[in-house]
Design a protein around this ligand. Structure first.
Ligand code: HEM
Length: 470
């Protein structure tokens, strides 16, 4: 047999994974049939995305929970269903609404495909956030993976933008008013806010021009950027040496972990995971319809008028802080903090260990518990007792009602952090874990309060007392 530099000189086997694969699928002298050719094409595709071999520990289910792969699957499903939807859609008012009605009743499987698109888009937000959380809790964002973490944060922002622009497209009351509330947040950005809002809206308020703008962003710029970033994200996973290796708290890092072939070990798991989720989403979408209210009516505002659910945390903050602080300063600190995280916490000793250490686990649970108690307590106190504007009469509103309460909240968190550092002897990485866990639970609590506990006039109320939307 002819030997090439790609061939092992002692065994005659090709050196590269793909070479070995080709050889296995088409041994010399045996003609390839169509099946093996199709298999070769599929395998080649898989090996463009994955290395030929991976460390066996990264297959551990309870490490990644398959969340990154699920996010990728949802993105593909959204494109597939989106292409179908846009073939039956006119981005103009009122045609958009009539098209959606048509889709629900007259187009073959139109309703099902719309439901799949809607639920997958919402699920993608949840899955991307959970994936971020798993990467954070296993310390997998630390060098050399900091660039990939930043790509991830940008992807999450794009996923939110994709959902937000898509929200308007059915042109019903829910869409119209949620986007009106959502875009009004932009106007609180100093100097450029009003201009930015009217640039995005294509005028002073939500109109047919906004629908056209949102549609073009939704079907071109945002998905194209998302897919470009996703390619970079996957490429970086390989460039950074594959996934971080999972470890239990008391396990030493393995120098040379066992390696297994991607085909079939990883691919088989991915296929089962993807098919199970596809089946679950289709069944769910067959039974649970995506919401559609009456046609958008700028003259009739629902009460309460709420932003889309993923911005309800910010809308809840608006009820407690001056709008500049709630809609600009706090989101700015959160996004900036996320981008800076891998540079604040660089100790790589615990990478791959859930919650860093045994003490880390207790600290994360403690932070979650404290946040579960303190966040609703703050909301109630601010609603019933605190009156910053009255207390600091004569001060500019943005200070009295914005920076002062924000400083109080930061001081409370800083005091808790000092307590973790001094009394519990927490390390930097455990303190970062404590603070981020506290803030994450606070965001979830605020979102839940905004969605379920705010009724007419955005007053606090019980979920069952909120009138159902029609
Ligand atoms: C649409 C969004 C996203 C997709 C499709 C996606 C996809 C993936 C996939 C398939 C993996 C490898 C398997 C796994 O860890 O589950 C991965 C790893 C990773 N992702 Fe994402 N991701 C997304 C969003 C994010 C976000 C929001 C972040 C964080 C801000 C992030 C940061 C990372 C990092 C640092 C890794 C490497 C983890 C390690 O080595 O253990 N990704 N991503």
């Amino acid at each position: 047999m002819a030997r090439t530099p790609d061939t092992d000189t002692t065994t005659g086997e090709p050196r590269s994974g793909l070479g070995r694969l080709r050889r296995r699928l088409s041994p010399p002298g045996i003609p390839q049939d169509d099946r093996s050719r199709a298999r070769l094409v599929l395998d080649t595709l898989v090996l463009h995305l994955h290395p030929a071999r991976i460390p066996a520990p990264t297959l551990r289910w309870t490490y990644t929970w398959g969340l990154g792969g699920l996010a990728a699957l949802l993105l593909l499903l959204l494109v597939a269903t989106g292409v179908f939807l846009q073939a039956n859609y006119t981005p103009a008012a009122p045609d958009a609404y009539l098209d959606v009605l048509d889709l629900r009743s007259d187009v073959w499987f139109g309703d099902l495909i719309r439901n799949i698109h809607h639920w997958s888009a919402n699920l993608l937000i949840v899955v991307a956030v959970l994936h971020l959380l798993r990467v954070f809790l296993t310390g997998a964002y630390r060098p050399p993976r900091e660039v990939n973490w930043i790509f991830g944060v940008l992807m999450l922002l794009l996923v939110l933008a994709a959902n937000f622009t898509g929200y308007l497209l059915p042109w019903d009351q829910l869409a119209f008013w949620a986007i009106t509330v959502g875009t009004s947040l932009l106007t609180y950005i100093p100097l450029v806010g009003d201009r930015l809002a009217s640039l995005l809206l294509g005028g002073p308020e939500v109109s047919g021009a906004t629908l056209l703008k949102f549609y073009s962003l939704h079907i071109s710029v945002i998905p194209l950027s998302l897919f470009a970033l996703m390619s970079l994200h996957f490429w970086r996973v390989r460039k950074d040496g594959g996934l971080t290796l999972p470890r239990r708290v008391d396990e030493e890092p393995e120098e040379k972990p066992e390696r297994v072939t991607t085909i079939p070990h990883l691919v088989r798991r991915e296929a089962v995971w993807a098919l199970s989720w596809l089946a679950a989403i289709v069944v769910f979408a067959a039974f649970v319809a995506a919401p559609l209210e009456g046609i958008a009516d700028p003259a009739v505002s629902p009460n309460p008028a709420k932003a889309p659910w993923y911005f309800m945390g910010v809308q809840e903050l608006l009820l407690h802080f001056h709008p500049f602080v709630a809609a600009v300063v706090v989101p700015g600190i959160v996004i900036g903090g996320l981008l800076l995280l891998p540079f604040l916490d660089v100790d790589s000793a615990s990478v791959g260990v859930w919650f860093r250490s045994r003490r880390g686990r207790s600290l994360a649970a403690m932070a979650a518990g404290l946040s579960l108690a303190l966040t609703p307590a703050w909301v109630l106190a601010d609603e019933l007792v605190l009156d910053w504007a009255g207390l600091l009469a004569g001060w500019p509103a943005v200070v009295a009602n914005g920076f002062v309460p924000l400083t109080v909240a930061v001081v409370v968190l800083a005091a808790l952090d000092r307590w973790v550092a001094w009394s519990l002897e927490g390390t930097v990485e455990e303190r970062v874990l404590f603070v981020v866990s506290f803030l994450f639970v606070a965001l979830v609590v605020l979102t839940v309060i905004g969605i379920f506990f705010r009724g007419p006039g955005m007053e606090l109320t019980w979920p069952w007392a909120i009138p159902a939307a029609h």
